[in-house]
Design a protein around this ligand. Structure first.
Ligand code: ADP
Length: 463
């Protein structure tokens, strides 16, 4: 029987519950429920010595298989190469990029360790689906160990233009490693084009046959835009509306219009510029003073990387400065909450908001944009202000599209959203909702798994 084996850096353990899980976890859990299988990855713990045995937890048809990592290894592989080399490059943010050879070496060693630990769990009929930039070399490690099952890779970040990728001294190795997959998937046509150009135009060197085992051609590469569970977001938004913290939030608005932003605290999300653009809104359109409130929810992530701690301080300073300049005795313009909320509460906040601010300076997709649209009341929907540089903008053309670097332009977009007539809001929302339904989370996972099954048929036919 065909089982799905999914591998990602972190595993959403069952104790967290699908209700609290984000898009990726929801999609993978549903696929694993359907096919049965294994979800393998890091358990979130670091240890001083060698990692212990893989821990196995069976929940229905799914086996959650997790390993810990050595402390130094984690530092070099995760904070180092993954998040200080690859993440900034994939987001075209070279000011944050740094390369250290020993971090790359450890990145490869952790991938080899994952492959070794996964190997005994594999069965001949499995299909294997690897997620994200932390694990690019995993297929070549598995191939070297003799694995012939179809292996797919999905990149959740943008795939950068080759001219940007070239700042990585090891870019050829990474491109060769991607060629060890049967299927390689991206969010947008632009990412796909960058990938194909990179492998076609560049001399990436001979691809080791051992890495490719049975692959006689380049990987099948395609676009698989990740989506959300639209009905689940809608239901959560409606059902959670009466919760105490949602009511308290609404009471504090005193009838003012609400702009909301929900992001991980990451420099790619453009939060500093967003705060400055909000100040520009109050400057350029003074009628909004004391009539709008902006809530930004942004919990700290990747606290082991210095740049992440620095934006936190910068945002606290800026919120204080903007509030100091514009606040009144009964009005605080920005409320900045450096913490996470559960999904139901977030969906209810979205539904209460008049404007959703999603203004990353670069983003693979951005699920918050989609969740915001899904959570709206179709009869009186809020308006999404969306960065053209987010993958989601390829689908959500009816958002108010802005360039996040243009502060006056973003302020204009916020003002346009705040003053948009009801009829136009409804029409735009309706069109976007249709797109969300077409490209939902089920379509994403089903199309990718179908591509992996097709790859297996191709292999059987050609052998
Ligand atoms: P990224 O994967 O870069 O974090 P996405 O917008 O694609 O960005 O996905 C983020 C996911 O995490 C969404 O499902 C969103 O609801 C959730 N999320 C983002 N910010 C928070 C927060 N402050 N609290 C709880 N969940 C959050």
């Amino acid at each position: 029987m065909t089982r799905l084996v999914a591998i990602s850096n972190r595993v959403a353990r069952p104790s967290g519950g699908a209700k609290s899980a984000g898009g990726l976890a929801v999609g993978l859990l549903a696929a694993l429920e359907e096919h049965g299988g294994v979800w393998f990855g890091w358990n979130g713990r670091t240890v001083d010595g060698e990692p212990g045995d893989v821990s196995l937890e069976e929940v229905g048809p799914i086996t959650f298989a997790t390993t810990d990592l050595n402390k130094l290894s984690y530092e070099l592989y995760y904070n180092g190469f993954s998040n200080t080399s690859l993440w900034p490059i994939c987001h075209y943010l070279l000011g944050f990029y740094r390369y250290e050879r020993r971090e790359f070496d450890e990145y490869r060693r952790v991938n080899a360790l994952f492959a070794r630990k996964l190997l005994p769990l594999l069965q001949p009929d499995d299909i294997i689906w690897v997620h994200d930039y932390h694990l690019i070399p995993l297929a070549s490690e598995l191939r070297r160990a003799g694995v012939t099952q179809p292996i797919g890779f999905f990149l959740h970040t943008p795939f950068p233009d080759i001219e940007v990728l070239r700042v990585l001294p090891v870019y050829r190795q990474l491109l060769r490693a991607l060629c060890a997959y049967d299927v390689v998937g991206f969010h947008t046509p632009r990412d796909l084009k960058c990938f194909r150009d990179a492998i076609e135009e560049r001399d990436i060197g001979g691809i080791d046959n051992a890495d490719r085992r049975g692959l006689s051609r380049p990987p099948v590469s395609d676009v698989f835009p990740i989506g959300i569970d639209v009905d689940a977001c809608q239901t959560l938004a409606v059902e959670t509306g009466e919760k105490d913290n949602v009511r308290r939030m609404v009471r504090h608005l005193h009838g003012r219009e609400l702009l909301i932003g929900v992001d991980r605290l990451d420099y790619s999300k453009g939060l500093v510029s967003r705060f400055l653009s909000f100040a520009r809104l109050l400057e350029n359109y003074p009628a909004n003073r004391n009539h709008v409130s902006y809530i930004q929810i942004a919990p700290t992530t990747r606290s082991g990387v210095r740049a992440y701690l620095e934006i936190r301080e910068e945002l606290e300073r800026l919120a204080g400065k903007i509030n100091g300049r514009f606040a009144d005795v009964d009005w605080v313009p920005i409320r900045y909450l450096n913490r996470a909320f559960d999904r139901p509460t977030l969906m209810a906040f979205f539904r209460e908001a008049n404007v959703g601010l999603v203004t990353p300076v670069r983003d693979g997709m951005n699920l918050v944009a989609k969740e915001f649209i899904a959570a709206q009341d179709p009869e009186d929907p809020g308006v999404l202000v969306l960065s053209e540089l987010a993958g989601a903008a390829q689908e959500l053309r009816d958002a108010v599209l802005i360039n996040p670097y243009d502060r006056d332009g973003v302020a204009d977009g916020m003002h346009q959203a705040l003053s948009m007539p009801l009829e136009e809001r409804r029409e735009r929302h309706q069109r976007m909702l249709e797109i969300l339904r077409r490209n939902d989370i089920t379509a994403w996972r089903t199309r990718f798994i179908d591509a992996l099954l097709a790859a297996r048929r191709d292999r059987t036919n050609s052998s």
